[in-house]
Design a protein around this ligand. Structure first.
Ligand code: PMP
Length: 402
């Protein structure tokens, strides 16, 4: 929501007092700024005062607020990356995938159910920074989205958060959110509820080559993507859903009509340009490599960061990180390592019960496991922060010895 602005102000105040290092734990993907700076004018979009004035983008499309150019670039990008089937899908654009998540719940929950439909996801599940102040009431972190708080914020009569999918045993229909690779732990995921009859929503915000091998095109009923994690343009607030059932798509569109009467056309045009440049520079990556390709460059940057972090963790012997199995990436045309946007760090020292407080003592703010539905031995670290913050974080982590 207002993560970046406030954090900048807060970071300035707090770091000038040398109290804490605020590592922007909301996963703000500012790491990618350097790449887009190097692309210079290639992604500049000029929108004159008289353009995109109407509410309507394309009256022939059931999603009448979807910019045709944005839809075209979404399809091109998925075809080049090979991470999702777009044929036979309605594209629904949203103000971030956050809006689409709520639209999906609205569309999938029956309107005449005797009770709200249960919504579950396997722990640890997606959750972002909450309000945190220090003793002087300086604001250090602000509350953003999470599956539980988004599901329950309006106390809807249609759906209700029902917790960890692995423990869910209630009879009746349910909606399961499958985030793959998962935020916060980075593992590839499938449905976890041990029975059929559920409706699945796949949140594939991180199913891009810099984070995980692209094994095959995702072919689900309802899949969510966002430019926030694909390109790093979180502030553009654009996400998209690929929806198989036209009736479900219609209800999602209805939700967005009721909610915001469409989605910023200016933002869609900007996002379209960025996706276009991304696709143009990535078309032949698998065959010839490309030192211009966003994915190629980001993949190597992430690899470097994970190496630095693993080296610091190995030196300290206090922490551990998940081990991932490499896989063949059809986009990069090589075996590639999973290297998630978040590191899910575990404190292995028996004397430390709460890893988040422990790290705070070393001037590092992280996000503790309890926020994600698991224990306090875990914390989540953003791997997509700016270089300075990331390097400082690794440096501070390296000095902690068992
Ligand atoms: N899903 C997941 C798994 C995320 O991590 C995030 C962002 N933190 C979102 C959705 C939200 O994306 P957007 O910025 O498009 O609302």
């Amino acid at each position: 929501m207002f993560c970046e602005d406030r954090f900048d102000r807060v970071t300035a105040v707090v770091s000038s007092l040398s109290i804490y290092l605020v590592t922007r734990q909301c996963g703000d993907p500012t790491m990618y700024e350097n790449y887009w700076q190097r692309m210079g004018e290639r992604t500049t979009v000029v929108i004159s005062g008289w353009q995109s004035m109407s509410y309507f983008s394309d009256v022939k499309n059931p999603c009448w607020f979807l910019e045709p150019e944005f839809a075209k670039q979404v399809v091109r990008l998925h075809n080049v990356v090979g991470n999702a089937v777009t044929n036979g899908r309605q594209i629904v654009v949203g103000t971030g995938s956050s809006q689409l998540f709520l639209a999906a719940l609205y569309a999938l929950a029956p309107k005449d159910g005797s009770e709200p439909m249960s919504v579950v996801s396997a722990a640890p599940y997606y959750s972002v920074t909450s309000l945190l102040t220090n003793k002087s009431r300086w604001l250090l972190m602000v509350s953003l989205q999470s599956y539980p708080s988004m599901t329950d914020c309006l106390k809807s009569g249609l759906y209700k958060w029902a917790g960890d999918a692995r423990r869910f045993s209630k009879e009746g229909p349910y909606i399961e959110l499958v985030t793959s690779p998962n935020n916060p732990d980075g593992f590839v995921r499938h449905s976890m509820v041990n029975r059929t009859g559920g409706i699945l929503v796949h949140d594939l915000a991180y199913y891009w080559p810099q984070y995980t091998p692209i094994s095959s095109p995702a072919d689900h009923d309802l899949t969510l993507f966002t430019v926030s994690k694909a390109t790093g343009h979180a502030g553009t607030r654009i996400g998209w859903a690929l929806v198989k059932d036209p009736e479900v798509a219609k209800k999602m569109i209805k939700f967005i009509e009721l909610n915001t009467i469409g989605v910023s056309r200016d933002s869609q045009l900007r996002a379209a340009k960025i996706l276009e440049v991304m696709t143009n520079t990535s078309e032949n990556v698998g065959r010839i490599g490309s030192y211009e390709s966003f994915f190629w460059i980001s993949y190597h940057l992430m690899a470097e960061r994970w190496q630095l972090l693993r080296a610091a963790v190995n030196r300290s012997r206090v922490f551990s990180l998940p081990d991932f199995t490499p896989g063949f990436c059809h986009f990069l045309n090589q075996d590639s390592q999973p290297q998630p946007a978040f590191a899910w760090l575990k404190c292995e020292d028996d004397r430390v019960e709460d890893c988040e407080s422990f790290l705070r003592g070393y001037k590092m703010l992280t996000r503790g496991g309890r926020h994600f539905g698991v224990g306090p031995k875990y914390v989540r670290i953003s791997m997509v922060d700016r270089d300075n913050n990331f390097n400082l974080f690794v440096k501070r982590l390296s000095v902690i010895q068992s």
